[in-house]
Design a protein around this ligand. Structure first.
Ligand SMILES: *[C@@H]1O[C@H](CO)[C@@H](O)[C@H](O)[C@H]1NC(C)=O
Ligand SMILES: *[C@@H]1O[C@H](CO)[C@@H](O)[C@H](O)[C@H]1NC(C)=O
Ligand SMILES: *[C@@H]1O[C@H](CO)[C@@H](O)[C@H](O)[C@H]1NC(C)=O
Length: 261
């Protein structure tokens, strides 16, 4: 039997959306290939998935750039070759956030936002689509593969400190729309899941891409139901992957019930 592989880029220390998706997809029987910076926390996540009966392997990168992502994907395909394995899902959850008034934004901020949010996502998409094209449509959904991008409120609108961040996130959403149009007819599902101001409390500063307001420090006592849970986002990602091709979602806007925005 062919084993389905999900590739997830951007898992931080495993406490956010990437980590939750890794755990959920592993529980569903996927082999999980993790791409992220910081091999230590990647290995912690992979071995905790392994010890709970799943199968995960880490593919650390030094930086999110085109060459690094392409090389990581090659290692994944070498480690999990067809016909025993097929990459059927890929989640781009990496992001680079900059929250500064415009006149404080440096050329380096702009370069880094472009590199992670645009250059890396293009390389990730290219590798994922080339892998999906080798698959037969899955009998269950009719899809050859599903590519999901993690967006943010800043994918939809700019705000006072988000010029560099929103520019990167708008670009990611534009890529997602373009790929959904171009590859839908090849039975490749492309979806963008933007989520609200998820978790100011648990977000790491540079890897989370979901704040539209300046970091205001940990939320000590968040209002109940005003923060998205990474596990719920992961459940929605699994739902996207399981949709059949007669009714694909291409943009999913997740908002906590009690969000103020
Ligand atoms: C998890 O298990 C796989 C084999 O199923 C192995 O290749 C991998 O190295 C393990 N990862 C860790 C971090 O233990
Ligand atoms: C992950 O990082 C966040 C934010 O820096 C922190 O609150 C959390 O405790 C960390 N979790 C782990 C498992 O290290
Ligand atoms: C996040 O940024 C704040 C403000 O710039 C800083 O005080 C804090 O140490 C940073 N946290 C992490 C985990 O890098």
């Amino acid at each position: 039997m062919v084993s389905s592989v999900v590739v997830i880029a951007g898992v931080g220390n495993g406490s956010g959306t990437g980590g939750a998706a890794a755990r959920l997809f592993a529980k569903e029987g996927y082999t999980v290939a993790l791409i992220s910076r910081g091999s230590e926390s990647l290995n912690v996540l992979a071995s905790s998935i392994n010890t709970s009966g799943g199968k995960a392997e880490s593919f650390p990168v030094d930086a999110y750039g085109s060459d690094e992502i392409t090389a990581a994907f090659s290692s994944i395909e070498a480690r999990f070759p067809s016909p025993e394995y097929a990459i059927t899902a890929a989640i781009f959850n990496a992001g680079h956030g900059v929250w500064k008034p415009f006149l404080q934004v440096t050329p380096e901020d702009v370069r880094e936002s472009s590199k992670v949010n645009i250059e890396a996502s293009f390389a990730f998409s290219r590798a994922a689509i080339l892998a999906f094209q080798k698959n037969d449509p899955l009998p269950t959904t009719g899809a050859k593969g599903t590519l999901i991008f993690t967006g943010a409120t800043a994918s939809l609108r700019g705000n006072v400190v988000t010029s560099a961040f929103a520019a990167g996130k708008f670009a990611l959403r534009a890529l997602s729309q373009s790929l959904a149009k171009e590859f839908g007819k090849e039975d490749i599902h492309v979806a963008h899941g933007e989520s609200a101001d998820m978790s100011k409390g648990i977000a790491t500063n540079n890897t989370r891409g979901d704040r539209n307001t300046p970091p205001s420090g940990p939320v000590e006592n968040p209002k109940p139901h005003s923060l998205l849970s990474p596990e719920s986002i992961a459940t929605s990602y699994l739902y996207l992957v399981n949709q059949d091709r007669s009714s694909w979602t291409w943009e999913l806007d997740l908002r906590p019930a009690h969000e103020k925005w």
